[in-house]
Design a binder for this molecule. Sequence first.
Ligand code: DMJ
Length: 613
Amino acid sequence: MPLSLELPSPTSFRLTEKFILLLVFSAFITLCFGAIFFLPDSSKLLSGVFFHSSAVETNTRTGTDSVSNIAIGTDEKILAKIRKDHEKALVEAKDTLQKRPDEIKQEIQNDKEKVSQENRWKGARNDNNLPVIEYVRPPGATGHEPADPETKERRAKIKEMMKFAWDSYKRYAWGSNELRPVSKQGHSSNLFGSIKGATIVDALDTLYIMEMYEDFDMATEWVEKNLDFNVNAEVSVFEVNIRFVGGLLSAYYLSGKEVFRKKAIELGEKLLPAFKTPTGIPWALLNLKSGIGRNWPWASGGSSILAEYGTLHLEFMHLSKLSGNPAFAEKVMNIRKVLNRLDKPQGLYPNYLNPNSGQWGQHHVSVGGLGDSFYEYLLKAWLMSDKTDDEGKKLYYDALKAIETSLIRKSSGGLTYIAEWKGGLLEHKMGHLTCFAGGMIALGADGAPEDQTGHQMEQAAEIARTCHESYARTTLKLGPEAFRFDGGVEAIATRQNEKYFILRPEVIETYMYMWRFTHDPKYRDWGWEAVQALEKYCRVDGGYSGVRDVYASSPNHDDVQQSFYLAETLKYLYLLFSDDDHLPFDHWVFNTEAHPLPVIKKIPDTVKPHQLE
Ligand code: DMJ
C-alpha cells in the first residue's frame, strides 16, 4: 500500500483544510443571503441602509394612496435590484473561490493601484484639463561621442544617413505619411486613414536622441499646428498606436513638451471605442469619427490579431499615467484576463481570436507576422513596471518555453530558427519580422527562471547568427522578407514574393541588443555590413528605398521610404554605435516601433507620482 494512504502527507492535510474552509465560507454566504431574502421586511431594511432612496422618503412623508402605489412599485423595483445585485455578488464570490491565490493577489493589487491612482490625480488640472505634472527627464535621453575613433566615425555616418532621409522627406513629402524617394513625392498608406505626418511623428525621438534639435523643433511645430485626429476615416488601431501614440509619448518623455502629452492622450481617447466588443478584445480597424470598428476581412472568421491587440499594453499604461484616466490601463489588463481564461494549444497562443465569442480562430502560431510583438510586450510590460508586473513576467516565460518546445528548431547545417505552426504542422520558414526575437530573448535572459539565463543568451546569439546568414546569403547583402529551411535550402527565400526588403529593422534591432549584452564586436561588424548595403543599394537621389529582390544583381527599388526606417532602423543602428548609457535599459523600454518609454519606477510614498526617477 502506498505510504500516502496510511499517513496523510502535509500536502493532503492542507488540501483537506482548504476544502473545509471552502465549505465554511460557502455556508456563511448562503446564510447571509438567506437572511436577506427570508427575514421579515428585509428589503425595506436594506433600502434604508444601502439605498437612501427618494421613493422610501416620499412614502413616509406623504402617505397618500397614489403615492404609496408608486412606492409599492418602486419597492418591487428596489427588491428586484437587490436580488440582482446579490446574484451578481454570489457569482463573483464563486468566481473568486475558483481563482488561484496568485490571481486573487494580483486582482487585489490592481484594485489598490486603481484607487491610489484615482486619488493621486484628483489634484490640479491644466488648461487642457490634464493633471498638472512636474516633468522629470529620465536619465540617458541624450548620449555622448564614443571614445573609440572608428565607432565615433560610424555613429556620425549613421547620423548623416538620418539627416539625408529626413531632409529628403522634408523636401519632397513634408506632411505626407511617407516619402516616395524615387518619384520624389509623398505617399500615404491607408493604415493611417487620413491622419497625416506618420514620418514626422515616427522620427521625432530619433531626431532628439541624435541631437538634431532644429529638425526636432520643426517637427514639433508641425505637430502643434497640423497633427489632426478629427478625421472621418478608418485606421489600423495597432499601427496608429505603435507609431503615433508611441512616437508622441517618447517625444514627451524625452523633451518634456506638453503638446506631445496632450496629443498622445487625445489620440488614445479616440482609440478607446475600438474596445467596444463583447469581450473587450479590440477591433483591428476603427473609424475615428464614428467610433465604429471591424476586423480585417481576411482574418480567420472575423478574428482580431494577436500581434495587434497584444501590442497596446505599454502605450496604454503610460496613457493612464499621464492622463489620470484608468480606462486605458483597464482595457489592456482586460485583454490579459480574456487570454488567461482560454486554453492554449501546447501552451501556444494562436494568432486569431474572435472578439465576439472570445474563442480562438484558426490555430496558426507565429513569432513573426501576426504574433511577434504580443510576446515582446509581455516581457516589456514586466520590465517597464520596474519588474512588479509578475503576471506579465510569468506569461512571457511560459510562452517562451512553449515556443522553444514547439517552434524553435535547428537546421542540418546548424542554424537555429523559429518555425511557424499551422494546425499542428510546422512550416520551416522564418520571417524577417521574427528576427526581432534574438533581441527579445537576450533582453529577457537575465530574468529567466531556473538558471535558464545562459541557455537563453545562447539561443539569442544563435538566432542573431541565423538572421545574419539570411543577409549574407543574398546578392545585395540585405535580408529577404522570409527565408526557408526546406527543399534543400537554409536561410534563403525560395518564393518570389518573399524576396523583398523594405528597410525593416528587426535584424539590426537584435544586433543592438546582443551588442549591449555581450560587447562582442561581431555585432557592430554585422551592423556596419548592413549600413554599407543600405548605402549601396537603398540610397537613391531622393532618400532611401526598399528593394524588390535581394537576390537580383542590381536593385529594383520599390519607391517607399518607410516611416519605421527613421523610427527604428536608423535609431537601432545609432544605438549600436553608441555607449550603453544612452537610453540605458534600466530606465527605458522600447516599444515595438523603437520608441523609448521610461520604466515606471516603484515610487516611494514620499515621492510625487509623476517623478519617474
Ligand atoms: C514596425 O512597424 C514594428 O516593428 C512592428 O512591430 C513590426 N513591423 C514594423 C517594422 O518591420
